[in-house]
Design a binder for this molecule. Sequence first.
Ligand code: GTP
Ligand code: MG
Length: 368
Amino acid sequence: MSRQQPDPSVPRASRQRFVQEFSQCLFDFVIQLLPTTEELAVKEDVRKLLERLIRTIEPDSRLLSFGSTANGFSLRNSDMDLCCLIDSDERLAASDLVTMLGDLLERETKFHVKPLPHARIPIVKLSLDPSPGLPLGIACDIGFENRLALENTRLLYCYAMIDPTRVRTMVLFLKVWCKRRKINSPYKGTLSSYGYVLLVIYFLVHVKNPPVLPNLQQMPPLRPISPGDTHIGSHNTWFFDDIDLLRQRWASANTDSVGQLLIDFFKYFARDFSYNTGVASIRAGFIKKDSKGWQNDLDPVRYKDARERNRLCIEDPFESDFNVARCVTRDGLYTIRGEFMRASRILSTRPERAIVAIAQLCEEREDV
Ligand code: GTP
Ligand code: MG
């Protein structure tokens, strides 16, 4: 494979100009894709309405947002991920709650309701037709007691807030890019949005040198804390979450522009990341697949599942035995890597204008 070295015939100044213009275009591009104030207000109203209804079944419950609506990485019209927490020892089983809530919402609201009581994680799926406040309608999943998802949402939010300009711009751009290039469907063998966000944070914490972000999970607490405060079940969910303090005290020595970081991100995942042997972990950096028993070159008859599940390995920040990219198939990974290479190629050829590069990067890929 030929390496994409900077072309020495192109003067440095012109390269710098491109990167600067590219950064500015990235800001302008993502800003117009952010949710409107009206959309956010409608979503909050929906959350409150659903919470009121759920409390008629479980009075001691709270309905909390997680995923992109709560982690700082929301695009216009993204779905709503809601989690119901019940502060009582005597609660119904999640599958029963899903069935009861499904019936209630069907009777009392205009949502299209689809209860999935027997899914691995029981949820109620809701959707609402378009309206003036929500021209594209709304899609929403309600799950129960998913405390780890609430915590990983908070972790991503803290990372977004340390350096919002660079981190949010990169993540939001990548979310648009992976949707347009059709590599963002776990059920079709590619990667979830959550997986892409983890790849960006991994890159900014562990690949960039000097790092753009600190490793929040490895920073010591300021005062002693008991294991009860740092664990959910057997999972250690500790991370440094005093963002005001971090923003005062932690200054990255890395001054790369967002355009440069994105160019380097694509280059790294196009050619440097070792997909066959490595696991991307935001908690621990680059780790070997075999240290976790996540090899994909095992006997194909005995370990078919492991082979298929561990093509691309991204460790969940808290559930360290859980591969967030487990749905990525061999073909899916081939397509994803092909897209990283395509993006890297576009950026190394440096079109005349940065806006053209963005248009090419995000060109809708034909369905295959
Ligand atoms: P969009 O919906 O595309 O805007 O992105 P999102 O940020 O909401 O991501 P996604 O819908 O993929 O995931 C929503 C949330 O579910 C994440 O922020 C996680 O909290 C949680 N989640 C998703 N996938 C996993 C997973 O594989 N493992 C765990 N533990 N949590 C997950
Ligand atoms: Mg979501």
